[in-house]
Design a protein around this ligand. Structure first.
Ligand SMILES: [Zn+2]
Length: 487
C-alpha cells in the first residue's frame, strides 16, 4: 500500500502524489493570538506535526508554513482592555504558543509569517482581485464577489443558493450581496490601520492565508491543515481568493482535524469552555497528552476530560513498560543467532514483528491513521510479553528483539511521543507518578512488611484519592494512574 489521503472533492481516499517530485508544501492555519493556546488549538498542531513527520519518514522534503493572525478585532479589544499596544498582546501569546509547541515535541515550522509583516502583499493581492473583477471596493472596504467564482462551495459541499438564507448584510457593511466577504476593512481613527488604495484599513481574516501560503509555497501546493471549524467559511474563502487570484488549483489535500468536545460542546475560547494548554501540562506529562491526542484518527472528534487523559496515561504506561522491558532484555546479552538457525519462540516473534511493521505502516498510509498505528504497537507489546514467557534464558534470539526495537524507534520518530527518542524514554525514570504517591507506596510497603494490614489498606485508599492504583508484583509494589470506574 502507498499513502492514501482523504480528498474533499471526491469524498474518498486518493493516492498521494506530490505537486513537485520529492517535495511537499504544507500550510497550517495558525492561531489568532488574542489569548493563550488551549488544548483544542494544540490538537490541530500535534496532528499536523504527526503528518509532517510521516511525510518526512517517507523521504519527502517538507516545507511547513504556519501563520499567526496577529491583528484582528478580538486582539484590538484585548489590547484596549489592558491599555497596551496590540503587538504586545500578539507577541505574548505567540511566545506561549512556541513554549507549548516545544514541550509537546512539535517540530518548528520553517516559517511563521505574521499578517502585519505582509500588508503590501495583501494590498497587492486584493488590488489584483479587484482588477480581475472578482472583488469591489465599497465605502472604504473591499469585498470578494462570491458569485464571480462558479466553484464556490466545492470544498464544504454547499451550494450558493442554499447559503443565502441565514446571511444578511450587517449594519455598516457596504457589500452588494450578503454572501460577499471582506478582503479589506476600513479602520476607525483610533484602531490600528495601514494605508491602502481604498483608504486606511486592515486586512479581512481570510485573505492573509491566501497571500502567505502562495508566497511561500507557490500557487499550487500539497497540504493545507486546520481545524474542522475552519472548513467553512475560512478555507472555502481561501480557495475562492487563491484560485481567482492565481488562476491555478490551490491545494491538493485538506487536513481538517476533528474538534475537541467538552461534554456536548466544542472547546472554544469564545464560549469560555476551554482548557489552557499550560494548565493541562501542569497536570499531565506532555507525552501522555500527545499520546491521548494521537490515539484517535485526526479527523475524528475527541471527547476531552481529565478522566480521559488519566485513561490515556494508563494505556501509555503499558506501552512504555513494554518498551522498557524490551530495552532491558536487549541489554541483558541477547545476541543475534545466524539466520536459518532461528527457531521456536524467536522465529514466531520475528514473523509477528514483520507483520506488525506491515500493519503499522498500512495504518499510517491510510489517511495518517495514528490511532490504528498505536493499536499495532500494543499488539507488539503483547507478543513481546508472550515471547518473554515462552523464551527461556537459553533462547537468546537477539534478531527479533532488534527488529521489534527498530519498529518502536520508527514509530516514536513518526508519532513524536518522546522528545529524547526511545533512548531518552528508557533513561528517564517514571514521570507519570508524582513523588507524593511514590512516598505513600513506600509507606505502604513498609506497613505490609510489618504486617500492619489496616495501615496498608488506609494507605491504598489515600493513594486512590490521588487518582492512582497500587500494583503488587514479584518485583515489588508500584503505582499507576487509576482507571476511572475500574479500580
Ligand atoms: Zn487560515
Amino acid at each position: 500500500m502507498a499513502l492514501h489521503v482523504y480528498d474533499h472533492v471526491t469524498r474518498t481516499r486518493r493516492l498521494f502524489a506530490p505537486v513537485h517530485p520529492g517535495q511537499v508544501g504544507m500550510y497550517v492555519c495558525g492561531m489568532t493570538v488574542q489569548d493563550k493556546p488551549h488544548v483544542g488549538h494544540m490538537f490541530a498542531f500535534v496532528a499536523c506535526d504527526m503528518i509532517r513527520r510521516y511525510l518526512e519518514h517517507l523521504g519527502y522534503a517538507v516545507t511547513h508554513v504556519q501563520n499567526f493572525t496577529d491583528i484582528d478585532d478580538k486582539i484590538i479589544v484585548k489590547a484596549r482592555q489592558e491599555g497596551i499596544d496590540f503587538r504586545v498582546v500578539s507577541q505574548r501569546n505567540i511566545d506561549l504558543y512556541h513554549e507549548c509547541a516545544a514541550v509537546l515535541n512539535i517540530r518548528p515550522a520553517h516559517r511563521y509569517p505574521l499578517v502585519t509583516d505582509h500588508i503590501p502583499e495583501i494590498v497587492a493581492f486584493t488590488a489584483d482581485l479587484v482588477a480581475k473583477d472578482h472583488a469591489y471596493a465599497a465605502g472604504g472596504d473591499v469585498y470578494f464577489k462570491v458569485r464571480s467564482w462558479d466553484e464556490y462551495g466545492f470544498l464544504s459541499g454547499r451550494h450558493v443558493d442554499d447559503m443565502r438564507s441565514g446571511v444578511r448584510i450587517e449594519v455598516g457593511e457596504a457589500k452588494l450581496d450578503p454572501l460577499d466577504f471582506a478582503l479589506w476593512k476600513s479602520a476607525a481613527p483610533d484602531e490600528p490601520g495601514w494605508d491602502s488604495p481604498w483608504g486606511r484599513g486592515r486586512p479581512g481574516w481570510h485573505i492573509e492565508c491566501s497571500v502567505m501560503a502562495t508566497k511561500y509555497l507557490g500557487p499550487h501546493f500539497d497540504f493545507h491543515g486546520g481545524g474542522r471549524d475552519l472548513l467553512f467559511p475560512h478555507h472555502e474563502n481561501e480557495c475562492a481568493q487563491s484560485c481567482c487570484g492565481t488562476g491555478q488549483k490551490f491545494v491538493n489535500f485538506w487536513l481538517h482535524n476533528g474538534l475537541l468536545f467538552l461534554g456536548d460542546k466544542k472547546m472554544s475560547k469564545s464560549d469560555g469552555n476551554f482548557f489552557a494548554m499550560g494548565d493541562v501540562l501542569a497536570l499531565f506529562p506532555a507525552e501522555v497528552i500527545r499520546f491521548f491526542l494521537l490515539n484517535a484518527h485526526f479527523r475524528s472528534q475527541i471527547d476531552y476530560g481529565e478522566d480521559r487523559l488519566r485513561e490515556a496515561g494508563v494505556a501509555y504506561d503499558r506501552l512504555r513498560r513494554g518498551v522498557r522491558r524490551l530495552a532491558e532484555r536487549r541489554a541483558s546479552g541477547a545476541a543475534p543467532v545466524p539466520e536459518g538457525l532461528l527457531s521456536g519462540p524467536g522465529e514466531v516473534l520475528s514473523r509477528a514483528v514483520r507483520e506488525h511493521r506491515r500493519r503499522f505502516f498500512a495504518a499510517m498510509d491510510d489517511d495518517f491513521n495514528s490511532a490504528g498505528a498505536i493499536g499495532v504497537l500494543f499488539g507488539l507489546v503483547r507478543d513481546l510479553n508472550q515471547y518473554d514467557a515462552a523464551a527461556g534464558p537459553e533462547l537468546l534470539d537477539g534478531a527479533p528483539l532488534d527488529e521489534a526495537w527498530a519498529l518502536f524507534e520508527d514509530a516514536d520518530r513518526i508519532l513524536g511521543l518522546h522528545r529524547e527518542g526511545l533512548a531518552g524514554l528508557v533513561a528517564v525514570t517514571a514521570p507519570v507518578v508524582p513523588q507524593e504517591v511514590l512516598d505513600l507506596v513506600a509507606e505502604r510497603v513498609a506497613a505490609r512488611n510489618r504486617r500492619d494490614w489496616a495501615a496498608a489498606d488506609a494507605l491504598r485508599g489515600r493513594i486512590a484519592d490521588l487518582g492512582f492504583a497500587v500494583e503488587d508484583g514479584p518485583d515489588g509494589s508500584t503505582a499507576r494512574p487509576a482507571i476511572p470506574g475500574g479500580d
